[in-house]
Design a protein around this ligand. Structure first.
Ligand code: GTP
Ligand code: MG
Length: 357
């Protein structure tokens, strides 16, 4: 493929592509300069074009993957309690050792062998922040509504977020153990807000639960798996990973640690990566029990160690061939970020004059 062809396929100008190519250390002599598939992929990722469309998926292995679920709802309706209760239902939580570290995401493994990945960062802020950065990590939203309180402003906000992101909702009516609980009222409220509930002929499932008593959780998990089944969530297993950061923190001994969820491909220990504007070489991959792994597959939340700096939630993880390329690409991204920031500051300071003003 040449630069000209890549420009055609990505809809970008040749000048823009040449800038990116320079950033990844590719010496471009002319627009007919041939570029390798890995570089083309890198450039495609940079300009936000779906890589798989460029990259032939022929021969690659597509497999069903677990759904990634975010819990949202009004303040105090029980999001944290529900996540805690769900975490307890996992086979891993019952095994010796169990979940030993906080990753910002956890997997509930069902006795059937199926599993569900929950993002442990409830709230619309996290969801919006990640979406704003292009990280479409969430497959399904669990909308928590307290049975005594009913639909509240943030319930509606969550509904709006999910709709805008085109992410299906499963409703969990929580606190059904409370004396004042009125699940039927909640359903009517949701219906009149335009949420097409299953029992009203729509396709949105509703489950009644109590995070406090731990009731209805199995039915909620079944509902999520059913929803996932309908969505036929599949991922490419082989080849370089595409992953997203859901949480990052600095550990005094181990340095920057990022929790990432692989979207496709397999992330392998030792690989050079660019994460947002950061880069590094993966020194260790750990699961939520703290076990060291050789690699991570789609929908698995893992902690990666070896980055030079702290990335942000929503940053994408891109695997590159060499350390030099990783450094160049992250430098390029950092410069671009700085340029965009300055441009924004300038636009605020010197807003374009109104025509005729
Ligand atoms: P924010 O993070 O502040 O928005 O709240 P949250 O949605 O995470 O709610 P949280 O889990 O903190 O629960 C709020 C309160 O409701 C706590 O006092 C919980 O003990 C209580 N609560 C949560 N779930 C249930 C439930 O199923 N039944 C009853 N009776 N109380 C519950
Ligand atoms: Mg909470």
């Amino acid at each position: 493929m040449t630069v000209v062809e890549l420009a055609k396929r990505t809809g970008q100008t040749i000048a823009h592509l040449q800038e990116i190519l320079a950033n990844v250390g590719e010496k471009v002599v002319s627009e007919f300069h041939p570029i390798g598939i890995d570089v083309a992929e890198l450039v495609a990722t940079e300009v936000g074009v779906n890589v798989r469309r460029l990259h032939s998926s022929e021969g690659s292995v597509l497999e069903f993957r677990p759904p990634v679920v975010t819990v949202m709802g009004h303040v105090d309706h029980g999001k944290t309690s529900l996540l805690d209760a769900l975490r307890q239902t996992s086979v891993a939580a019952k095994e010796a050792g169990g979940i030993t570290q906080h990753l910002g995401a956890f997997v509930v493994a069902m006795p059937s062998g199926a599993s569900i990945t929950f993002l442990d960062t409830p709230g619309h802020a996290a969801f919006s922040a990640m979406r704003a950065r292009g990280a479409a990590v969430t497959d399904i939203v669990v909308l928590v509504v307290a049975a005594d309180d009913g639909v509240m402003p943030q319930t509606l906000e969550a509904m709006r977020h999910a709709k805008e992101a085109n992410v299906p909702i499963v409703v969990a009516i929580n606190k059904c153990d409370k004396p004042g609980a009125d699940p039927e009222r909640v359903k009517i409220q949701l219906g009149s807000e335009g949420l097409p509930l299953e029992e009203m002929g729509g396709d949105v499932q509703v489950v009644q639960v109590s995070a406090l008593k731990g009731t209805g959780l199995d039915r909620l998990e079944e509902a999520l798996l059913l929803q996932a089944e309908m969505m036929e969530l599949k991922a490419r297993i082989d080849g370089p990973a595409q992953a997203y950061v859901v949480e990052a923190r600095l550990d005094r001994g181990r340095g920057p640690l990022a929790t990432a969820i692989v979207k496709s491909g397999t992330l392998v220990c030792g690989q050079h990566v660019v994460v947002g504007a950061q880069w590094g070489r993966i020194r260790a991959i750990r699961d939520m029990a703290g076990n060291v792994l050789e690699s991570a597959r789609p929908a698995m939340p893992v902690e990666i160690e070896g980055l030079k700096g702290l990335p942000m939630a929503g940053d994408d993880v891109t695997v590159v061939g060499t350390e030099e390329r990783a450094r160049l690409l992250s430098d390029g991204r950092r410069k671009k970020q700085e340029k965009d920031r300055l441009k924004m500051v300038n636009e605020e300071r010197y807003p374009l004059a109104e025509p005729g003003a």
